[in-house]
Write a new protein. Structure first.
Length: 278
């Protein structure tokens, strides 16, 4: 009886050890980057709305790739994930606002981002910062060098304030040049219902999906796939202060705050484009 007990304990210990090893091995490099302790707590709390694991997996981003992140903002929400993922194997270009911009907001945002990169060299020391402000500043990475280019909630910025079709197409053309043949462009942006007029794009911060696809195609891209990863059916895209009415901005302050928190972050399109190989 005692021998059976010893054998049972030995088998149980072996099974537990194997399970722990499989659990540790099951975490992919992308999952490890997302769960990293370096990430800002406020950013982590938005994972449920932004789905970084599913989104970056859909775009096919892996270690060893050269990736360009467009306009990461002052705090680099996605940079916190991409930088450690690509630090040892791969390259990350952060195509930020130009430092000599006439916009004070652009200058300060880039300066804050560059400071962030110095705060944790073990994570950010390999990030290369370039300038992007189409059409004047469009050299986001060496031509034909990138496996992936990703842009999160930026297309509306190129369209608004009089940018229109020309600036949007110029932005896509710059991304097209940076990609290798066969490379992938990933786009996430606030989605305007297809029934709404294009003029609603000017002030709302929302973009019609068919419009974004058409502009990317004008630049030479081919639509490869769509995903509803970042969809939010609670969002009507019709708010007093446009998309900024919703979290995380909550531009109305305490007015109807609970209502907009209940809606959550915006309904978003998630599009994957390919640069043709020939």
């Amino acid at each position: 009886m005692r021998l059976r007990t010893i054998r049972a304990v030995t088998v149980t210990a072996a099974v537990l050890c194997c399970a722990l090893s499989l659990s540790a091995a099951a975490e992919s490099p992308l999952e490890a980057a997302i769960s990293g302790k370096h990430r800002t707590l406020d950013f982590v709390q938005r994972d449920a709305a932004r789905h970084p694991l599913e989104t970056l997996t859909f775009f096919g981003i892996e270690p060893g790739m050269t990736v360009v992140e467009i306009w990461p903002g002052a705090s680099g929400w996605y940079t916190e994930i991409l930088a450690p993922l690509l630090r040892t194997h791969g390259h990350l270009y952060a195509a930020h606002f130009n430092s000599d911009s006439t916009s004070q907001f652009y200058r300060e945002s880039r300066a804050d981002f560059e400071v962030k990169l110095t705060t944790n060299p073990a994570v950010y020391d390999q990030v290369v910062v370039t300038s992007f402000n189409p059409p004047a500043h469009a050299d986001i990475a060496p031509p034909g060098s990138a496996d992936r280019v990703v842009t999160f909630r930026n297309v509306h910025n190129w369209y608004m304030r009089g940018g229109g079709d020309d600036r949007v197409v110029a932005a896509f053309q710059a991304m097209f040049r940076a990609l290798k043949p066969g490379g992938v462009l990933g786009v996430v942006d606030h989605r305007l219902p297809a029934s709404r007029p294009l003029t609603d794009q000017e002030d709302s911060g929302y973009m019609r999906e068919d419009y974004v696809i058409a502009m990317a195609q004008r630049a030479g891209f081919v639509l490869a796939a769509k995903s509803e990863i970042n969809a939010n059916p609670r969002d009507t895209a019709d708010h007093p202060k446009g998309v900024w009415t919703l979290p995380p901005t909550l531009r109305l302050g305490e007015v109807d705050r609970d209502k907009y928190l209940a809606i959550g972050e915006s309904d978003r399109m998630t599009l994957k484009f390919v640069k043709p190989k020939s």
